[in-house]
Design a protein around this ligand. Structure first.
Ligand SMILES: [Fe+2]
Length: 230
Protein backbone atom coordinates (compact mmCIF):
# COMPACT_ATOMS: atom_id res chain seq x y z
CA UNK A 1 0.00 0.00 0.00
CA UNK A 2 1.33 3.45 -0.82
CA UNK A 3 1.72 6.16 1.77
CA UNK A 4 -1.41 8.19 1.01
CA UNK A 5 -3.68 6.42 3.46
CA UNK A 6 -2.03 6.23 6.87
CA UNK A 7 -2.94 3.46 9.27
CA UNK A 8 -3.40 4.48 12.91
CA UNK A 9 -4.94 1.28 14.15
CA UNK A 10 -6.43 -1.94 12.74
CA UNK A 11 -9.72 -0.07 12.38
CA UNK A 12 -8.68 3.55 11.80
CA UNK A 13 -6.89 5.31 8.94
CA UNK A 14 -6.42 8.91 7.86
CA UNK A 15 -5.93 10.78 4.62
CA UNK A 16 -4.21 14.16 4.91
CA UNK A 17 -4.25 16.97 2.36
CA UNK A 18 -2.55 20.35 2.22
CA UNK A 19 -4.99 23.23 2.63
CA UNK A 20 -3.73 26.80 2.91
CA UNK A 21 -6.50 29.38 2.52
CA UNK A 22 -4.93 32.84 2.04
CA UNK A 23 -1.51 31.33 2.75
CA UNK A 24 -2.54 30.11 6.19
CA UNK A 25 -1.43 26.47 6.46
CA UNK A 26 -4.40 24.73 8.01
CA UNK A 27 -4.21 21.30 6.39
CA UNK A 28 -7.08 18.83 6.20
CA UNK A 29 -7.43 15.34 7.56
CA UNK A 30 -10.15 12.84 6.71
CA UNK A 31 -10.66 9.88 9.01
CA UNK A 32 -11.65 6.39 7.91
CA UNK A 33 -13.19 4.14 10.53
CA UNK A 34 -13.94 0.48 9.92
CA UNK A 35 -17.11 -0.87 11.49
CA UNK A 36 -18.77 -4.26 11.16
CA UNK A 37 -20.96 -2.83 8.41
CA UNK A 38 -18.20 -1.12 6.42
CA UNK A 39 -16.22 2.10 6.35
CA UNK A 40 -17.19 5.50 7.69
CA UNK A 41 -15.57 8.55 6.10
CA UNK A 42 -15.52 11.43 8.58
CA UNK A 43 -14.90 14.90 7.13
CA UNK A 44 -14.17 13.89 3.53
CA UNK A 45 -11.30 15.45 1.61
CA UNK A 46 -10.77 15.28 -2.16
CA UNK A 47 -10.09 11.61 -2.89
CA UNK A 48 -8.00 10.75 -5.95
CA UNK A 49 -8.48 7.57 -7.99
CA UNK A 50 -5.33 6.00 -6.55
CA UNK A 51 -6.41 6.88 -3.01
CA UNK A 52 -9.83 5.38 -3.73
CA UNK A 53 -8.13 2.12 -4.72
CA UNK A 54 -6.37 2.09 -1.35
CA UNK A 55 -9.61 2.79 0.47
CA UNK A 56 -11.33 0.01 -1.45
CA UNK A 57 -8.80 -2.46 -0.03
CA UNK A 58 -9.89 -1.48 3.48
CA UNK A 59 -13.56 -2.20 2.84
CA UNK A 60 -16.70 -0.72 1.33
CA UNK A 61 -17.56 2.90 2.13
CA UNK A 62 -20.97 2.75 3.80
CA UNK A 63 -21.27 6.12 5.53
CA UNK A 64 -20.02 9.60 4.67
CA UNK A 65 -20.18 12.28 7.34
CA UNK A 66 -19.91 16.05 6.88
CA UNK A 67 -19.16 17.00 10.49
CA UNK A 68 -19.99 20.69 10.50
CA UNK A 69 -21.17 23.50 8.27
CA UNK A 70 -17.59 24.59 7.50
CA UNK A 71 -16.50 21.17 6.25
CA UNK A 72 -18.60 20.16 3.28
CA UNK A 73 -16.52 21.31 0.30
CA UNK A 74 -15.53 17.79 -0.74
CA UNK A 75 -18.76 16.14 0.31
CA UNK A 76 -20.30 16.10 -3.17
CA UNK A 77 -17.19 14.56 -4.69
CA UNK A 78 -17.26 11.78 -2.06
CA UNK A 79 -20.99 11.22 -2.56
CA UNK A 80 -20.48 10.94 -6.34
CA UNK A 81 -17.65 8.47 -5.82
CA UNK A 82 -19.62 6.36 -3.34
CA UNK A 83 -23.23 6.61 -4.54
CA UNK A 84 -24.35 3.66 -2.41
CA UNK A 85 -23.07 5.15 0.86
CA UNK A 86 -25.38 6.76 3.39
CA UNK A 87 -24.78 10.49 3.59
CA UNK A 88 -25.05 12.18 6.95
CA UNK A 89 -24.27 15.71 8.00
CA UNK A 90 -24.30 18.08 10.91
CA UNK A 91 -27.30 20.37 10.92
CA UNK A 92 -26.45 23.41 8.78
CA UNK A 93 -24.70 21.61 5.94
CA UNK A 94 -27.99 21.31 4.03
CA UNK A 95 -28.12 25.12 3.80
CA UNK A 96 -24.63 25.26 2.32
CA UNK A 97 -25.06 22.40 -0.17
CA UNK A 98 -28.40 22.76 -1.92
CA UNK A 99 -28.16 19.33 -3.60
CA UNK A 100 -27.85 17.65 -0.19
CA UNK A 101 -30.35 14.82 0.14
CA UNK A 102 -28.75 12.95 3.01
CA UNK A 103 -29.78 12.89 6.65
CA UNK A 104 -29.04 15.25 9.50
CA UNK A 105 -27.41 13.69 12.53
CA UNK A 106 -29.26 14.22 15.77
CA UNK A 107 -29.30 12.48 19.12
CA UNK A 108 -32.23 10.39 17.88
CA UNK A 109 -31.18 9.91 14.29
CA UNK A 110 -27.71 8.70 13.38
CA UNK A 111 -26.03 6.10 11.18
CA UNK A 112 -26.74 2.51 12.17
CA UNK A 113 -23.00 1.91 11.78
CA UNK A 114 -22.51 3.89 15.01
CA UNK A 115 -24.13 1.01 16.89
CA UNK A 116 -21.01 -1.08 16.36
CA UNK A 117 -18.69 0.85 18.63
CA UNK A 118 -19.04 4.57 18.01
CA UNK A 119 -20.28 7.16 20.47
CA UNK A 120 -20.85 10.72 19.37
CA UNK A 121 -21.60 14.19 20.62
CA UNK A 122 -23.30 17.00 18.75
CA UNK A 123 -22.34 20.54 19.64
CA UNK A 124 -25.71 22.11 18.87
CA UNK A 125 -24.56 25.03 21.00
CA UNK A 126 -22.10 26.29 18.36
CA UNK A 127 -23.99 28.71 16.13
CA UNK A 128 -23.37 28.39 12.37
CA UNK A 129 -21.35 25.22 12.85
CA UNK A 130 -22.98 22.51 14.93
CA UNK A 131 -20.13 20.07 15.09
CA UNK A 132 -20.47 16.29 15.28
CA UNK A 133 -17.62 14.67 17.23
CA UNK A 134 -17.04 10.92 17.13
CA UNK A 135 -15.50 8.54 19.65
CA UNK A 136 -14.41 5.12 18.42
CA UNK A 137 -14.35 2.87 21.45
CA UNK A 138 -12.12 0.04 20.15
CA UNK A 139 -9.25 2.37 19.24
CA UNK A 140 -9.97 4.89 22.02
CA UNK A 141 -9.91 7.63 19.41
CA UNK A 142 -11.72 10.97 19.49
CA UNK A 143 -12.34 12.65 16.13
CA UNK A 144 -12.98 16.40 16.03
CA UNK A 145 -13.10 18.97 13.26
CA UNK A 146 -12.94 22.63 14.31
CA UNK A 147 -13.56 22.10 18.01
CA UNK A 148 -9.83 21.80 18.70
CA UNK A 149 -6.78 22.79 16.66
CA UNK A 150 -3.37 21.31 17.33
CA UNK A 151 -0.76 23.23 15.35
CA UNK A 152 2.83 22.39 16.28
CA UNK A 153 4.82 23.68 13.31
CA UNK A 154 6.02 27.25 13.99
CA UNK A 155 3.68 29.81 12.43
CA UNK A 156 4.91 32.22 9.76
CA UNK A 157 4.55 35.93 10.56
CA UNK A 158 1.26 36.06 8.64
CA UNK A 159 -0.03 32.93 10.42
CA UNK A 160 1.03 34.38 13.79
CA UNK A 161 -1.04 37.49 13.15
CA UNK A 162 -4.00 35.51 11.83
CA UNK A 163 -4.13 32.95 14.62
CA UNK A 164 -3.42 35.49 17.37
CA UNK A 165 -6.81 36.99 16.56
CA UNK A 166 -8.39 33.61 17.19
CA UNK A 167 -6.27 32.69 20.21
CA UNK A 168 -4.76 29.66 18.48
CA UNK A 169 -1.21 28.58 19.36
CA UNK A 170 1.48 26.74 17.42
CA UNK A 171 2.71 25.14 20.63
CA UNK A 172 -0.31 23.51 22.20
CA UNK A 173 -3.80 22.21 21.70
CA UNK A 174 -6.15 25.16 21.17
CA UNK A 175 -9.82 26.00 21.22
CA UNK A 176 -10.40 28.96 18.94
CA UNK A 177 -11.97 32.21 20.05
CA UNK A 178 -14.44 31.78 17.19
CA UNK A 179 -15.85 28.64 18.82
CA UNK A 180 -16.12 30.50 22.12
CA UNK A 181 -17.92 33.40 20.47
CA UNK A 182 -20.29 31.17 18.51
CA UNK A 183 -21.21 29.18 21.61
CA UNK A 184 -21.39 32.13 24.02
CA UNK A 185 -25.17 32.35 24.16
CA UNK A 186 -25.45 28.60 24.76
CA UNK A 187 -22.57 28.24 27.20
CA UNK A 188 -24.42 25.81 29.44
CA UNK A 189 -25.17 23.44 26.56
CA UNK A 190 -21.66 23.86 25.22
CA UNK A 191 -20.17 22.95 28.61
CA UNK A 192 -22.47 19.93 28.80
CA UNK A 193 -21.25 18.77 25.39
CA UNK A 194 -17.64 19.16 26.54
CA UNK A 195 -18.51 17.15 29.63
CA UNK A 196 -20.04 14.45 27.45
CA UNK A 197 -16.87 14.36 25.35
CA UNK A 198 -14.78 14.00 28.50
CA UNK A 199 -16.90 11.01 29.49
CA UNK A 200 -15.39 9.19 26.50
CA UNK A 201 -12.34 7.10 27.38
CA UNK A 202 -10.10 8.40 24.58
CA UNK A 203 -6.35 8.40 24.45
CA UNK A 204 -5.83 9.38 20.79
CA UNK A 205 -7.12 12.66 19.37
CA UNK A 206 -7.53 13.10 15.62
CA UNK A 207 -8.00 16.74 14.68
CA UNK A 208 -8.78 18.02 11.21
CA UNK A 209 -6.28 20.89 11.40
CA UNK A 210 -2.81 20.41 12.83
CA UNK A 211 -1.14 17.38 14.38
CA UNK A 212 -2.83 14.36 15.89
CA UNK A 213 -2.18 13.41 19.48
CA UNK A 214 -1.36 9.73 19.27
CA UNK A 215 -1.56 9.00 22.97
CA UNK A 216 -2.40 10.58 26.34
CA UNK A 217 -4.63 13.12 24.61
CA UNK A 218 -7.29 13.29 27.28
CA UNK A 219 -5.20 15.11 29.93
CA UNK A 220 -4.34 17.74 27.31
CA UNK A 221 -8.01 18.17 26.42
CA UNK A 222 -8.90 18.48 30.12
CA UNK A 223 -6.18 21.10 30.60
CA UNK A 224 -7.37 23.01 27.54
CA UNK A 225 -10.95 23.08 28.79
CA UNK A 226 -9.89 24.12 32.29
CA UNK A 227 -7.73 26.92 30.88
CA UNK A 228 -10.60 28.22 28.79
CA UNK A 229 -13.60 27.65 31.00
CA UNK A 230 -12.25 26.55 34.39
FE1 LIG B 1 -11.98 23.72 9.74
Amino acid sequence: MSQAIKKLDDLVWILEKPFSPFGIRAGLRMSIIKTTTGLILYSPVRITDSEAIEIEKLGAVRVIIAPNAFHHLFLKQAVDRYPDAEVWAADGVQQKQKWFNGKIISRNSFPKAFESGIDFEIFNSIKLSKEVVLFHRASKTLFVTDLFFNFRKPFSIVEKIFWAVWGVSDKRLSLSRLIKILSRSNRKDFNQSLKNVLSFDFSRLVVTHGEMLESAAKPQVIELIENNFG
